[in-house]
Design a protein. Structure first.
Length: 411
């Protein structure tokens, strides 16, 4: 096996994921990814014809995001028709999985230059647009195992872990604070590029649109729990509510404490990201200086009803593959799908909070589902370079009870 090197990484700003209101909501998702691909090869200084495959994560593969959006984005970018594209769905881990697949191709020697990344236009293709639900509407599977919506899962985890609303809100406020500092000091500037109107060339968005820099603890505390009514919804064969289904699986709980709100959960946004993965031979032959290498990668499954607890075991598996420990990681990117996820992961692994999501996370910046993993890897790499540090671990929880983790190391 050979090393897989990160040659470069770029991303769009994240636009508010509201139809007709977000700055990117009038841009077709193929065009979002196409602009990202073109910016990537321009920045890296490579010929698109050298790219052997483009692997893109996308969760809601329906409508404008159906029909293999990766291949269509390659065509929209004007790349040679010989460049192929494929689209993957590992829910929230899709963007990172695409990068890992690209790295596997290079590490195996089967490929020399591959793009991994992702895209999600949540304003144009909302969650649930594929009409598949959490379990693909398979009643046989549902009879064996009922997967509750992720918001209920997050509240169940907080209930099990004894994590309070105050802790969740404090974490959310810190995400907003760190994101505000990062934007003010241009910490995202290396990987970020402005998205333009495909027709006019006018710049539509230059920086992340979602953060609310005026967020206060009092304002967060005033928000109503988001999933109380959902938890009371009767869905079982005998009229059991979602909360009752969860409590039957976890009888040690007397109730599901609904603690997550719009303020301490991830934001709905549009965005795309791409990472160029190449072999050492390719980089040397073309005079390119790799920025980092993929040190290890892992996925793992976990209990599917609460489904959001796998970042910790996935990280352990990746660290074991790398021959590393938690203490060997300089920076962590733990996706803030809900505030409880990074809190539970930090607690489980004993991570120094000062190393986690140092520029804020999805609570402040938003979570464009299929793109987030690729965004986080690029963010981690930029920050390693800015701080002159060496290693980072990127991890995300995944619907259906999975986790994914990737360790990168500067070279």
């Amino acid at each position: 096996m050979t090393d897989a090197y990160i040659l470069d990484a770029v991303r769009t700003p994240r636009g508010r994921g509201k139809a007709g209101k977000g700055a990117l909501s009038n841009v077709h998702p193929q065009e979002l990814l196409a602009q990202t691909l073109n910016r990537l090869v321009e920045r890296a200084g490579v010929n698109p014809a050298d790219v052997e495959d483009v692997i893109a994560g996308c969760v809601s593969q329906a409508g404008e995001q159906g029909a293999n959006i990766s291949r269509n984005a390659v065509l929209a970018a004007g790349w040679p028709e010989e460049v192929t594209g494929t689209t993957v769905n590992r829910f929230c881990g899709s963007g990172l999985q695409a990068i890992n697949f690209a790295a596997m191709g290079v590490m195996s020697g089967a490929q020399t230059l591959v793009v991994g990344g992702g895209v999600e236009s949540m304003s144009r293709v909302p969650m649930g647009a594929d009409r598949a639900g959490q379990d693909g509407e398979n009643m046989t599977l549902r009879g064996k195992l009922f997967q509750v919506p992720q918001g209920i899962s997050a509240d169940v985890i907080a209930s099990l872990e004894g994590i309070s609303r105050e802790e969740l809100d404090a974490f959310a406020l810190e995400s907003q604070r760190k994101a505000a500092i990062a934007q003010s000091n241009c910490h995202f500037s290396r990987g970020l590029f402005p998205v333009k109107d495909p027709s006019t060339g006018q710049v539509l968005l230059e920086k992340d649109e979602y953060p609310r820099h005026d967020t206060t603890l009092e304002g967060l505390a005033a928000l109503n729990p988001a999933f109380t009514a959902l938890g009371a919804t009767p869905v079982g064969p005998n009229g059991e509510t979602l909360d009752q289904i969860a409590l039957a699986r976890y009888p040690q709980l007397s109730e599901v404490r609904h603690l997550h709100t719009a303020g301490n959960s991830s934001g709905i946004v549009d965005g795309a990201a791409a990472v160029l993965i190449g072999s050492g031979d390719y980089a040397k032959a073309h005079g390119l200086k790799p920025r980092a290498r993929i040190r290890a990668m892992a996925t793992i499954g976990s209990e599917p009803l609460i489904m959001l607890t796998a970042p910790a075991p996935a990280s352990r598996r990746a660290l074991e593959k790398a021959g590393m420990s938690v203490q060997d990681i300089d920076l962590w990117e733990i996706n803030e799908a809900f505030a409880v996820v990074p809190l539970q992961t930090m607690r489980s692994l004993g991570i120094d909070p000062g190393k986690v999501n140092v520029n804020g996370g999805a609570i402040a910046l938003g979570h464009p589902l299929g793109a987030t993993g690729a965004i986080l890897l690029g963010t981690a790499l930029d920050e390693l370079e800015r701080r002159d540090l060496s290693t980072a671990l990127i991890t995300l929880c995944i619907g259906g009870g999975q986790g994914i983790a990737t360790v990168i190391e500067r070279v």
